[in-house]
Design a protein around this ligand. Structure first.
Ligand code: WT7
Length: 688
C-alpha cells in the first residue's frame, strides 16, 4: 500500500491505542468495552436487529404516514429505507417545533463578521422558530407561485453564511423541491458545471460576503455563470439576489431580482403546505469530488436522511432542549447541511451561525462567541484547531468555555497533539470529545463516541471512536480480508444504513462503480476511499485518503479535477497534482507541471497559472496550491504517472524509501524518474 501522509500517522496514532482519557465529571459514566460490545452487537447481529434499531429511532420523529417496510434491500446497492413512509424535512425542522411549544424559542443566532471599535459584533440576528415558519412559508409561496418551482425541481443556492441560506433550503423542502448548494469559494466555471448538471434554472445568490475584514463579491460570479450556461444551451431563468453588503451590483433586469423585492407583496401570514414526501423522494443533491475530473452529484433521500440525522444528534451530540449548539462548518458542505441546518433544527435547539473567519479580528473570535452565547455543543475541524493552536494558550483561557459539554471534530484526521490541545483549551478537560468520521455520501455521522446513551467509552487522543449502533464496518486488505487490530487497510462500510446516498445524480452506474466496484463480490461493501486501523478495543482510526483525493483544510479536492483544469491553460502540457502534508491544513496540493514547447518557467507564469486555477475551480483550490515546474513527469512503462514517487519526493523521502513503495514499478525505472524530477527541482526556477 502507498505511503502518503498516512504512513507517518500510523505510528503516531498507534501510540494512543492504550491511553484512555476520562473527561472530568464523567468518571461514573464510563462504560466498559465489554458492555459496549454487547450493546453494539445487539444492534447489528441480524437483519432483524438492524431493522429494530432504526425503526425505534424512526418512531421518534414525525411522519405524515408510517412506512410499510423499514428496509428494502432487494436491489443492492440501491437500498430503500422506510418504504411507503411520508415525511418532510421542513415540517420536521419548523412546524413540528411549533407544535412542541417552541414558537418563540430562538432557532438561529446569526453573527456577522464585522466588529465595532470595541470588538463587539456589529450585526447579530436572532430568528425564532416562528420567524422561520413565516419566512420559509413566504419564500416557499414565492418559489411556487411566482417562479413555478415544483416537486422534484432543483434550485442552486450559491450563498454565504447568512440566515437566508437555511431559509431557502427549508422553503424548498417545504414544496418538495431539491436544493443544490454550492460552496461560495467556487469559481464561475465550477459553479456553471454544477448548475448545468443539476439542470437548475434558478440560482439564489447574494451581493457578497465578509471574510477576514474584506468584502468578497458573489453576484459577479453568477453573472458569469449565466453567460457560460447560455453558451452551453442551458437557460437560467431567474437569479434571486440577497442584499448582504449593500453595494451596487451589475444588474440584468430580465433575469435578476432582489430577494426583498420579490417577497415584498407576499403577506406575512401566507401558508404553504409542507407536502408529504415519500421517504425515498430526494431532498437534495450536493456535489463532491472524486477520482475523476467530473464532480459527483450525491443524491440524498428524505426519510432515511431525516432518521439518520435525528439519531446521530441524539446519541453523538446528546442533544437537549436547552442546548446552544454551534457547528463552525460552512453550509456549502455536507457538515453544514446535516449539522447546522437539518439535524439541530429537527431537535428544536438554538443554533449559532457565524459568517466569517475564526481569526477575525483576532484568534479569540471563536472563544468569544462560545462565551457570549454560552455554547454547550461545539463541532469544528482539525485545520481550524491547528491554526488556533499556534497562539499561546492563555489568550483563549481568558474566555469562558466552561459551558461546553460536547466538543467534536470532523473532516480530516486529527493528530493527537491537536486533539489534546482542543480537549484542554476548548473542552477544559471535561467535554466528550471525539473525531466523528463520515462523508458527503454517508449523509450523517458514522463513527464517534455517543454520550447520548448516558455513558461513554473512554476517550483516546485522535480516535474516531466506535462505529454507530446499527451500522457495520471493517478494515480490509486489497482482497477484502479483514485486517488484524492495528493493521492498516481500507475502511469499508459493510451494511446499509438510513443516511447513505441514494445514488449519484443521473449516474446510477457510476454510483455502483465508485462505491461498490471494489468489494461488490463481498456482499456489496461500500468503499470509502480511506485508510484506517481498528484498535484492540474496536475503536476506529482513520488515517487519510487512499485514493487520488486530497483533504485540504478538510475540503475534498479531486486531483483529477485540478489536473483537468491545469491543461486548459495554454502553457501547460501536462501536470500531476499530489498532496503534501502540511502542519495546519493537513494537506496542500502540489502541482508538478510540464510546460509546452515555447514556454519558459517563470514566477509570472506561475502566478498566471494560479489565477487560471482560481478562475476554473476557485479559491478553494488556488489559494493553497503550489506549482512546481518540471521537465517531464515520472511514468511507469504503461504510462501511469508515479504519484507515490512524487509524493515521496516532496515529503523528503530517500530514494530507498520510495523504491520499496513503488511495487508496480521496476526499481531502475523509479530511480531514473526520481533523479530526473530531483534535477528539475534543483534547477531553481521550480521551487516555491
Ligand atoms: C472524507 C469525506 C464528513 C463531513 C466533512 C467531510 C475525511 C471526514 C474525518 C475524521 C478522519 C475524516 C475522510 C472522508 N474525514 N471526517 N473525523 N477523521 N478523516 O466530508 O468532504 O465528503 O470528505 O473526509 O477522508 O473520506 P467530505
Amino acid at each position: 500500500m502507498s505511503s502518503g501522509i498516512s504512513g507517518a500517522l500510523v505510528d503516531v496514532m498507534k501510540k494512543e491505542f492504550e491511553t484512555y482519557i476520562i473527561p472530568k465529571g464523567w468518571e461514573d459514566k464510563i462504560e466498559s468495552i465489554e458492555d459496549w460490545k454487547k450493546f453494539y452487537q445487539s444492534t447489528v447481529n441480524s437483519k432483524e436487529a438492524v431493522v429494530k434499531w432504526w425503526e425505534s429511532l424512526a418512531n421518534e420523529i414525525f411522519w405524515f404516514k408510517k412506512w410499510d417496510k423499514v428496509l428494502d434491500d432487494s436491489n443492492p446497492p440501491f437500498y430503500r429505507w422506510f418504504v411507503g413512509g411520508e415525511t418532510n424535512l421542513a415540517y420536521l425542522c419548523v412546524d413540528w417545533n411549533l407544535q412542541k411549544g417552541r414558537k418563540n424559542k430562538v432557532a438561529i443566532i446569526w453573527e456577522g463578521e464585522p466588529v465595532d471599535e470595541r470588538g463587539q459584533p456589529k450585526e447579530v440576528r436572532k430568528l425564532t422558530y416562528y420567524d422561520i415558519f413565516r419566512e420559509t412559508n413566504r419564500i416557499a409561496y414565492m418559489l411556487k407561485e411566482k417562479l413555478k418551482v415544483k416537486k422534484g425541481d432543483v434550485v442552486t443556492l450559491f450563498l454565504p453564511m447568512i440566515p437566508e441560506l437555511p431559509l431557502y433550503m427549508l422553503a424548498l423542502q417545504r414544496i418538495g423541491a431539491a436544493h443544490s448548494v454550492v460552496f461560495s469559494g467556487f469559481s464561475a466555471e465550477a459553479l456553471a458545471a454544477r448548475v448545468i448538471d443539476a439542470k437548475a434554472r434558478i440560482i439564489v445568490t447574494a451581493d457578497g460576503l465578509w471574510r477576514r475584514g474584506k468584502q468578497i463579491k458573489l453576484k459577479e460570479i453568477v453573472d458569469e455563470v449565466v453567460k457560460i450556461c447560455e453558451k452551453e444551451g442551458h437557460k437560467i431563468e431567474k437569479v434571486i439576489v440577497i442584499k448582504r453588503l449593500g453595494n451596487e451590483v451589475p444588474w440584468n433586469p430580465e433575469i435578476d431580482v432582489w430577494h426583498h423585492e420579490i417577497l415584498e407583496d407576499i403577506p406575512k401570514n401566507v401558508y404553504v403546505e409542507a407536502v408529504p414526501l415519500g421517504s425515498e423522494d430526494y431532498s437534495f443533491i450536493l456535489y463532491t469530488s472524486g477520482t475523476t475530473g467530473k464532480p459527483k452529484g450525491v443524491q440524498h433521500s428524505v426519510g432515511g436522511y431525516a432518521v439518520h440525522l435525528y439519531a446521530t444528534m441524539k446519541l453523538i451530540f446528546d442533544i437537549r432542549e436547552d442546548d446552544i449548539y454551534w457547528c463552525t462548518a460552512d453550509i456549502g458542505w455536507i457538515t453544514g447541511h446535516s449539522y447546522i441546518v437539518y439535524g439541530p433544527l429537527m431537535h428544536g435547539v438554538t443554533v449559532i451561525m457565524y459568517e466569517g473567519a475564526p481569526d477575525y479580528p483576532d484568534f479569540t473570535r471563536w472563544v468569544q462567541i462560545i462565551e457570549r452565547y454560552g455554547v454547550t455543543i461545539f463541532y469544528t475541524t482539525p485545520t481550524a484547531i491547528r491554526m488556533l493552536m499556534k497562539q499561546p494558550e492563555e489568550i483563549y483561557m481568558k474566555y469562558d468555555t466552561s459551558t461546553l459539554r460536547i466538543a467534536h471534530s470532523v473532516g480530516e484526521p486529527i493528530n493527537p497533539e491537536a486533539w489534546r490541545w482542543f480537549f484542554k483549551v476548548f473542552g477544559r478537560e471535561k467535554t466528550c470529545t471525539s473525531s466523528t468520521w463520515w462523508m458527503t455520501e454517508t449523509g450523517g455521522i458514522l463513527t464517534g463516541h455517543y454520550p447520548g446513551r448516558g455513558k461513554i467509552l473512554p476517550l483516546k487522543a485522535g480516535t474516531n471512536g466506535p462505529i454507530f449502533p446499527g451500522i457495520s464496518c471493517a478494515v480490509v486488505d486489497e482482497d477484502g480480508n479483514i485486517c488484524k487490530p492495528g493493521e492498516r487497510g481500507y475502511f469499508v462500510i459493510t451494511s446499509p444504513y438510513p443516511g447513505q446516498l441514494m445514488t449519484l445524480w443521473n449516474d446510477p452506474n457510476r454510483y455502483i462503480e465508485v462505491y461498490y466496484g471494489k468489494y461488490k463480490h463481498k456482499g456489496w461493501w461500500f468503499y470509502t476511499g480511506d485508510y484506517a486501523m481498528i484498535d484492540q478495543d474496536g475503536f476506529i482510526w482513520v488515517l487519510g485518503r487512499a485514493d487520488d483525493v486530497l483533504k485540504v483544510a478538510g475540503h475534498r479536492i479531486g486531483t483529477a479535477e485540478v489536473e483537468s483544469a491545469m491543461i486548459k491553460h495554454q502553457a501547460v502540457s501536462e501536470s500531476a497534482c499530489v498532496g503534501k502534508s502540511d502542519p495546519i491544513k493537513g494537506e496542500i496540493p502540489v502541482i508538478f507541471t510540464v510546460l509546452k514547447h515555447g514556454y519558459l518557467p517563470s514566477e509570472e507564469l506561475k502566478q498566471e497559472i494560479k489565477r487560471h486555477l482560481r478562475a476554473t475551480i476557485g479559491p478553494v483550490v488556488s489559494s493553497d496550491a503550489i506549482i512546481i515546474f518540471v521537465d517531464s513527469l515520472p511514468k511507469t512503462r504503461s504510462g501511469k504517472i508515479m504519484r507515490r514517487l512524487l509524493r515521496g519526493l516532496i515529503e523528503g523521502k530517500s530514494l530507498g524509501d520510495i523504491t520499496t513503495l513503488e511495487s508496480e514499478v521496476a526499481v531502475e525505472e523509479a530511480k531514473k524518474a526520481y533523479e530526473m524530477v530531483k534535477a528539475s527541482l534543483e534547477k531553481g526556477t521550480s521551487s516555491e
